[in-house]
Design a protein around this ligand. Structure first.
Ligand code: ADP
Ligand code: PAZ
Length: 240
């Protein structure tokens, strides 16, 4: 049964779709699906939990199944940079703001709402690993790098690699598995150290599905895997 006072927040990334049902700012249901699992059968069998609810959407990927899912809601507000500027006075210096992935802007806004210090950086470690640099109320720009899984997949053409546990304790790989594991850990560590050195950030926040692969670093970082969902929760109380 659905509760019509519910609001759903939806983050449609390139690998996974994340959905949460909220009562106020309280999460009452959380669903995380890799795209192939968002089937019409899934939507049909769950339609009464979405029916007549309002939703807030952020998307950087579009699938037929998402279009079908969205028809279940009474109202859907899709976040764009103008809404963020209007409600939070938070802007981007991207030459064309419409080109900036909205997930990147939301992660930046989320960091801004959590930390008061002026210079922040966010690493959003999802399908891609993006870096966002923030000064006061402005997203200054950043970087886009192939994400951890994409990098591992690119080492093999026909074979899906197993999910690796990234352990910094291993310094020199002595087999293929450990070489890949160490390579990825050092690459992530190097990215973090380079950002801290180059941009002198006050706080560095890591979010996204691969955020925990940045754990166990000497540098002080904040790991908040669901930063984008936290930010959408805050937006929901302003927009609906
Ligand atoms: N439980 C998990 N443990 C470790 N990695 C995970 C887990 N769940 C998802 N991932 C990884 O997270 C990545 C997707 O993260 P996500 O932030 O959802 O990306 P996107 O927003 O681009 O869809 C994938 O590379 C996947 O391998
Ligand atoms: C860079 C991204 C692919 C990251 O997507 P994600 O890994 O979060 O699924 C996405 O934010 C995007 O499509 N951005 C548009 C290009 C840009 O931000 O410049």
């Amino acid at each position: 049964m659905n509760d019509q006072s519910s609001v759903w927040i939806i983050d449609a990334g390139n690998t996974r779709i994340k959905l949460r049902e909220l009562h106020g700012e309280r999460t009452v249901r959380s669903i995380v699906l890799y795209w192939p699992l968002l089937t019409s059968e899934f939507i049909e069998s769950n339609k009464n939990i979405f029916n007549k609810c309002r939703a807030i959407l952020t998307k950087v990927a579009s699938h037929h199944s998402l279009t079908l899912l969205l028809t279940q809601f009474e109202k859907v507000i899709e976040i764009n940079h103008q809404l963020i500027k209007q409600h939070f006075g938070f802007n981007t210096e991207y030459i064309d703001p419409n080109q900036l992935g909205i997930d990147r802007l939301l992660a930046s806004l989320g960091a801004r709402l959590l930390f008061e210090s002026p210079n922040l950086a966010v690493i959003n470690a999802g399908t891609a690993t993006t870096v966002e640099l923030i000064n006061n109320q402005t997203h200054k720009g950043g970087m886009i790098i192939a994400g951890n899984q994409l990098m591992l997949n690119s080492l093999f053409t026909a074979q899906q690699l197993p999910k690796l546990n990234v352990d910094r304790a291993i310094k020199i790989g002595k087999d293929s598995y450990n070489c890949m594991q160490t390579g990825l850990a050092f690459m992530n560590q190097g990215l973090v150290l380079a950002i801290v050195k180059e941009y002198k950030v006050d706080n560095l926040i890591i979010c996204g599905g691969n955020a925990n692969q940045f754990a166990n670093m000497d540098t002080s970082i904040h790991i908040i895997p669901d930063l984008i969902m936290q930010t959408l929760t805050k937006l929901s109380t302003r927009l609906l």
